[in-house]
Design a protein around this ligand. Structure first.
Ligand code: HEC
Length: 160
């Protein structure tokens, strides 16, 4: 490797963001050990997102994004948020988690995801670690998250 190339690589300049699509967002292995942000249940069609997102929502953030969640600030690159969505089953006056519907992921990288607020969006179908559901993040995800611009495109707030 030439010295010049080594310097360029060291500063991350050697590979300018080309037109190539960003690499596939990985399954967020280990997220159940991350910080829990908040939980909520969408249980009836009184909520406009019931058809798509009805169920039990648990939100997690990795260590990189934990400070931003607690301060309600903007997220540094490397932050990952997970929405773990299960069916909510009524059971004798309680709601309990049924099967997982989807594991939705947001990954912050201002360089890779310039057109979607600096966030990469992906969703893994039910319990799959492989089956990715997002092919058009702008239409499927960002179009809605965009309304949270003043909160770095994130809806959930920390429940202390
Ligand atoms: C119609 C609006 C809408 C669409 C479309 C949408 N979301 Fe969300 N998303 C929400 C709302 C509202 C919340 C907060 C409530 C919750 O789900 O717990 C949320 C929460 C999240 C969270 C947790 C962090 C946060 O912002 O609170 C992630 C991760 C997430 N969504 C990913 C996705 C992905 C990936 C897609 C595309 C497949 C997507 N979302 C599409 C409305 C939307």
């Amino acid at each position: 490797m030439t010295t010049r190339l080594a310097i360029l690589l060291a500063f991350g300049l050697a590979l300018p963001a080309a037109a190539a699509p960003p690499p596939a967002i990985p399954y967020p292995a280990g997220y159940r050990h991350w910080m829990h942000v908040t939980s909520m249940v969408i249980y009836s069609d009184a909520h406009p997102l019931f058809a798509q997102f009805g169920g039990m929502h648990d939100i997690y953030v990795n260590q990189m994004g934990a400070g931003a969640v607690e301060r309600n600030g903007s997220f540094p690159d490397g932050s990952v948020l997970v929405l773990d969505l299960h069916e909510a089953k009524e059971d004798g006056g309680t709601y309990v988690a049924g099967p997982r519907k989807v594991l939705a992921v947001m990954v912050k990288n201002r360089k890779l995801y310039q057109t979607t607020g600096g966030w990469g969006f992906q969703a893994f179908k039910d319990d799959s670690h492989m089956e990715r559901m997002v092919t058009n993040p702008t239409e499927q995800c960002f179009g809605c998250h965009e309304q949270q611009r003043s909160h770095d495109f994130v809806f959930s707030t920390y429940r202390p």
